[in-house]
Ligand binder design. Structure first.
Ligand code: BMA
Length: 344
């Protein structure tokens, strides 16, 4: 039994691989270790799809289901549904998800990428980045993974990297997002917004900005859906730095206040995982570790992190709640812009 509690269901069949003695995430020395058969999704996974990466998965009906960013061979990213018994080996639908509007008519986004998948009460929500007169956030809901109904776009362009909290807070839905520009955005902080009905969004608050540390000194963005724990909301996010050869995406960790997630309680000054393996360093866009989901088991405290690697693959890494929370707390460095309520 872990010391830190995760307020989520037990998932006894979640994917897991024990940590080899002393194994860490590599140079970061964080208590995270990669699955030794990574990447779990390789090139050309489906006819007409060159690469799958930056994707989200969730337990469903005793097995697992996921929404996957599929880079089609015409160059347009879209979302594909996949199913798995073990959350490691995936079967993908041959066709992209058919989205409909509230009246049931076809309503396809122009493109769709970096989907997150979050269950709130009995509904599954997909949140992704799409064209809405510029890059913006799109959303759809489903209860059966057969009908996917698009709901209102929550924010104006430009915005990317949105993810819902898995429960309402103080009666409202809460969503993290990262306002951006129309291109490759050389800036970016994480904000939180709330909504009573998933139509009207407001009470926007700043959560945290790019960090003082070099690996997150350019921009940051929300990653996996926050995990509710007895210490606060555990957030795995991405931090980006610029080099003379382009951006480098690493995975960072923070813990947000449980009742007011605009307040950062702890924020790890070290990255938790940074590109070191061939599938993270080499690909369509080199040097990218981009977390989009976790599967976690409240009984054992185990966490599996799903991340896109080099815009070409899906990687899997593991950690345990006590160790990761302890690491984040021990190495925590928060600034005033992290700890304030985020309203100016
Ligand atoms: C970001 C997003 C991600 C991508 C990353 C690295 O702006 O487009 O989908 O993984 O760039 O290319």
């Amino acid at each position: 039994m872990s010391k830190v509690k995760m307020m989520s269901p037990a998932v006894p069949n979640m994917p897991w691989q024990d940590r080899a003695d002393g194994k860490t995430s590599g140079v970061a020395d964080a208590p995270i270790w990669r699955y030794n058969e990574n990447p779990i999704i390789g090139r050309n996974p489906v006819k007409g799809v060159a690469r799958i990466f930056n994707s989200a998965v969730i337990p469903y009906e005793g097995a697992f289901i996921g929404v996957f960013r599929g880079e089609q061979t015409n160059g347009i990213p879209y979302i594909y549904l996949g199913r798995s018994e073990d959350a490691i080996h995936w079967d993908f639908d041959a066709n992209k998800i058919n989205f409909v509007d509230e009246a049931g008519n076809p309503f396809m986004p122009v493109y769709a990428y970096d989907p997150r998948l979050v269950k709130v009460e009995d509904v599954y929500y997909i949140i992704w980045c799409q064209d809405f007169y510029g890059a913006a956030i799109g959303m759809a809901k489903t209860t059966d993974f057969k009908t996917f109904t698009r709901i209102e776009n929550p924010f104006l362009p430009f915005n990317r990297n949105a993810v819902l909290f898995p429960r309402k807070i103080n009666g409202n839905f809460m969503m993290l997002s990262r306002p951006s520009d129309s291109g490759h955005t050389p800036f970016g902080d994480i904000f939180v917004s709330e909504s009573p009905d998933l139509v009207y969004w407001g009470k926007h608050r700043h959560v945290m900005g790019k960090g003082n540390e070099w690996w997150q000194s350019l921009k940051i963005g929300g990653g996996a859906a926050p995990i509710e724990t007895s210490e606060g909301w555990l957030l795995f996010y991405h931090g980006v730095t610029g080099t003379c050869n382009g951006y480098v995406y690493s995975i960072g960790g923070a813990i947000l206040d449980i009742d007011n997630p605009s307040i950062v309680k702890y924020r790890c000054e070290n990255f938790l995982l940074t590109p070191e393996e061939w599938y993270e360093e080499r690909g369509f866009v080199p040097n990218v570790c981009f977390p989009c989901a976790t599967i976690h088991d409240s009984e054992t405290g185990r966490i599996a992190i799903y991340y896109g690697a080099a815009d070409s693959y899906v990687g899997l890494a593991f950690t345990e709640i006590d160790e990761i929370v302890d690491y984040i707390k021990t190495k925590s460095k928060v600034t005033t812009s992290d700890t304030e309520i985020g309203r100016r």
